[in-house]
Design a protein around this ligand. Structure first.
Ligand code: 5GP
Ligand code: ZN
Length: 122
């Protein structure tokens, strides 16, 4: 673990070599559809449906198993932003799926917590 200094805020916990830490900190050219101090949203590189977004906290949390009480605001913000992204993509009324894969047996491949939003099937 290492700590990234942010102006006027809590130091951010990141992990060296973690792809989603690199993406969320702007080290790659991944385009953000939304970002704030807590999280970033970008398109999945290998979409499972016409709309496939990843909602990713900036803080490095390995998986749901590693959440602490203090992380509750992050989780609720992830869900609220997912709701807003569904509206923005015009899929709120037709419907969408939100899911989190947990550890290898749950299909998690990137070990930095993220919420999938998929939608847009005909
Ligand atoms: P998981 O299986 O860990 O829940 O989901 C990881 C997701 O990250 C996969 O759907 C995969 O397609 C996506 N992904 C992996 N590498 C990258 C990348 O470099 N950029 C983007 N935008 N998505 C990625
Ligand atoms: Zn990370």
């Amino acid at each position: 673990m290492w700590y990234c200094e942010v102006p006027n805020g809590e130091p951010l916990i990141m992990e060296k070599g973690c792809l989603f830490c690199q993406i969320s900190s702007g080290e790659t050219d991944t385009e953000f559809l939304f970002d704030n101090d807590t999280l970033v949203v970008f398109k999945d590189i290998n979409p499972a449906a016409p709309v496939h977004l990843l909602i990713v906290p900036r803080k490095h949390i390995r998986s749901i198993n590693d959440l602490t009480e203090a992380d509750q605001p992050i989780l609720s913000e992830m869900i609220m932003v997912a709701r807003d992204m569904a509206v923005q993509h015009g899929v709120d009324k037709s419907g969408y799926r939100l899911f989190i894969n947990v550890e290898r047996g749950g299909g998690q491949v990137i070990f930095h917590l993220h919420l999938h939003l998929i939608a847009g099937w005909k």
